[in-house]
Design a protein around this ligand. Sequence first.
Ligand code: PMP
Length: 381
Amino acid sequence: MIYFDNAATSWPKPEVVYKKNDEFFRNSCANPGRASHIMSVESAKALEECRLMLSKLFNCPEKDRIVFTFSTTDSLNMVINGLLNQGDHVITTTMEHNSVVRPLEEMRKKSVEISYIQCNSEGFVSPSDIKKQIKNNTKLICINHVSNVTGTIQPVNEICAIARENGINSLVDGAQAVGVIPVDINEIGADFYAFPGHKGLFGPTGTGGLVIPRNTNLRPFRRGGTGSHSEEVEQPALLPYRYESGTMNVLGIAGLLEGVKFIMSEGIDAIRKHEECLVKYIIEGLGDLGQLKLYGPENLSLRTSVISFNIDGWDSSLLGITLEQGYGILSRTGMHCSPMAHKTIGTYPEGTVRISLGYFNNLEQADTFVNAVKGIVYPKG
Ligand code: PMP
């Protein structure tokens, strides 16, 4: 079996993640920060160690600005719901995932205005198009760092600078970027950066996070017990606990810690180089197939290891089934929760077949894939 669905969630995880989860679940998995007994202390230690490691990975100077959530979707909802008020205007793009589009559209019912900036057929947004849409009531610019449909890497640094110069909050959806390309919070200059734990960082599902600014008036999405300031009826101001009510996914976070350590020891540059090499092999290998249509940037340095494609005369879901049943290749087909992105690249409503490669994929698997597609396009006999 060849797993090519790492953009949905990564698999396999590094061995250390499985080992840690088993050991931690059996021995230490208690409620962190709530009690003085050894198991609670050990759990809090895992949480804070992971927070510290993530702050190093993102070059975030203060670890308390890393808030744990349960997924990227959770983080995006926290900002969209916690920041916007009636009458505010939001600028976003036509390449966004439904985890941005749906919470934003819900806010439209509360009289929040939304401008979708048209991206080009490679998925890129033009920062100057964003700038042109800024109005007096623009409160937020929300954009993905990397598209889950085309792998397009957006010019987020430039876009966040535009937001900053105009006193507007920026929110970057880093679901497809963390653990895949370098993510330096200072360089990007985003106010809020939402990320998953279960994709590029190799943590278990149910993990994610949000980088927040030191001073923010973001309303907490969830209110409840934090294990501190319990005498107060108001949600405490103390970061990061203001945004971490209830029992956190400490088991998942303990595994995530090992995933982040693994990434830091391998190095993001090495991971990126490996995945770039696989993408180049596949794109060059398929380059001369007339019936095949590949989407996304032609310039490989501006894309990640997400490859969307179609074959003339093939329905994308049938193609996905054929790849799995005939060749053992697991892909994803259809709309990838991003219908607007498909409208942008001209593949709506059929969608595409998407393969997304990870650090544990290799050239042999890439070669099997290239030969599988050739075999489908030119069946023997
Ligand atoms: N945004 C993008 C661009 C994504 O690709 C995804 C995952 N498909 C999400 C958001 C949602 O991520 P999560 O599954 O962590 O909620």
